[in-house]
Design a binder for this molecule. Structure first.
Ligand code: ARG
Length: 461
């Protein structure tokens, strides 16, 4: 493409280090679409004759049809998807193909293609998250009353409901979804027509191409920025990383809950594996890989941030390295979201075991101390101490707090009376936490109803 300036061809090493076709061939649809928009605009503006513009557009359709059936050929000499397409176009329609690149550079071309691809990836993540949220809402609804221990420091703290716990993840994924949406909105300016870095002297209609390609905010306003901006890719990777962190935390909970000492959940067979030597094993591999893949997604975000941080304006070839981390993160995120949806939908929650863990973990000790304060007028510090003694007594007997006989409790503190039992059960504790956003089943059901509305899920009942 630039033979005029060069006495000899590139070395084998140069060809190899320079080639982006092995990965950027994934942009072929966007590349064809953007080229067709460009050539339609050139024809409309009279920069190209109508018949040349038409010949090029038809040729591009033929190239696209070939890619569709045979895939994109990988010739390192042609470097990237842009030159691969243009060279095939020339083979098909002859020298008029050379007019396609009028008033354009690969720099604005690749920025445009990549923005289009990333936009699609953002909406894909949005839709996948939506499905995962629907799965969470369904399971939360089933378990709005199922009691489990709530933890801090992974130590039993206070009883909560499983529905409440699952809806916590609904909230995280809701924020993730909004991050992808706002990033997609911000991305909406079209770089095409910025040319190499300075704009061009041809009479282009950049509004027209921006509109044709679905960029809602029109053309970019500074050609130097347009060809060297990869913020949209960083935005995607940041949103993907935060989402991956949430997925990883949920995966970690499933892994912990599935272990025998916890026994809170059985992961679906379809998303577990066995052991070749230990017949009893059922390992939560899908959850572990979601947790593992989160690390790789964060690695992709780090890779592109570090690539970009030292680059002067405008384009530098380092920026070709923008694509592998974005493609890798997108593939991993798609997989992780699907796997998590399957785990949430297919998990068997062992609610009796969860309830027992809340009871034997003395999760209502705070409620007992609060009872002493409000019903028996005991100062909180003293109530804390008395409660500690009662927990120790229950622990020694291996029973729940509400299984201690009243007379034994009264031996520890005579101010205790029978009404204490109203405060000691895990159900009473949960029902009492009815502040907005609290774990009381009525609160949880109200939040679930709002979530259903927000997701506009059909009522299946
Ligand atoms: N393959 C290149 C990339 O992905 C296309 C842009 C090349 N531009 C250039 N000035 N060499 O970034």
């Amino acid at each position: 493409m630039w033979g005029g300036r060069f006495a000899g061809g590139p070395s084998a090493i140069m060809r190899e280090i320079n080639a982006s076709i092995p990965f950027d061939k994934r942009l072929w649809r966007e590349d064809i679409e953007a080229s067709k928009a460009h050539v339609a605009m050139l024809g409309r503006q009279g920069v190209l004759t109508a018949s040349d513009a038409q010949a090029i557009a038809e040729g591009l359709d033929r190239v696209a049809a070939e890619y569709e059936t045979n895939g994109v050929p990988e010739d390192w000499d042609l470097e990237d998807i842009h030159m691969t397409t243009e060279s095939r176009l020339a083979e098909l329609i002859g020298p008029v193909a050379g007019r396609l690149h009028t008033g354009r550079s690969r720099n604005d071309q690749v920025a445009t293609d990549f923005k289009m691809w990333v936009d699609q990836a953002m909406w894909q993540a949005h839709d996948d998250l939506h499905r995962l949220q629907e799965a969470l809402v369904k399971r939360a609804e089933e378990h709005a009353d199922s009691i489990m221990p709530g933890f801090t420091h992974l130590q039993t703290a206070q009883p909560v409901t499983l529905g409440h716990h699952l809806m916590a993840y609904y909230e995280m994924f809701e924020r993730d979804r909004s991050r992808f949406v706002s990033a997609a909105v911000r991305l909406g300016e079209c770089p095409l027509g910025s040319a190499a870095l300075a704009g061009t002297g041809y009479d282009l209609d950049r509004e027209f191409t921006a509109d044709l390609l679905g960029f809602a905010k029109g053309p970019t306003r500074n050609s130097l920025d347009a060809v060297s901006d990869r913020d949209f890719a960083l935005d995607y990777l940041h949103a993907a990383s935060t989402c991956a962190i949430h997925l990883s935390r949920l995966a970690e909970e499933f892994i912990t809950w599935a272990s025998q000492p916890f026994g809170f959940v059985q992961m679906p067979d379809t998303l577990s594996t066995g052991s070749s030597i230990m017949p009893q094993k059922k390992n939560p591999d899908a959850a572990e890989l979601v947790r593992g893949h989160a690390g790789r997604i964060i690695g992709c975000a780090t890779a592109l941030m570090v690539t970009m941080k030292g680059l002067p304006l405008a384009y530098s070839k380092d920026m070709q390295d923008d694509k592998p981390p974005v493609f890798e993160a997108a593939d991993l995120l798609t997989l992780c979201l699907a796997a998590m949806e399957g785990m949430v939908a297919g998990a068997t929650f062992r609610t009796a075991r969860m309830r027992q863990a809340a009871e034997l973990g003395y999760a209502t000790a705070t409620d007992l101390a609060d009872w002493l304060v409000t019903k028996a007028d005991v100062p909180f510090r003293e109530a804390h101490h008395i409660t500690g003694a009662l927990v120790r007594m229950a622990e020694e007997r291996g029973c729940a707090l509400d299984q201690l006989p009243l007379k034994d409790m009264q031996q520890v503190d005579p101010r205790i009376d029978a009404s204490v039992f109203d405060a000691l059960s895990v159900d009473a504790s949960v029902a009492a936490r009815k502040s907005f956003g609290g774990t009381a089943p009525d609160q949880v059901r109200a939040r679930i109803a709002e979530a259903r509305e927000a997701l506009s899920m059909e009522d299946e009942e």
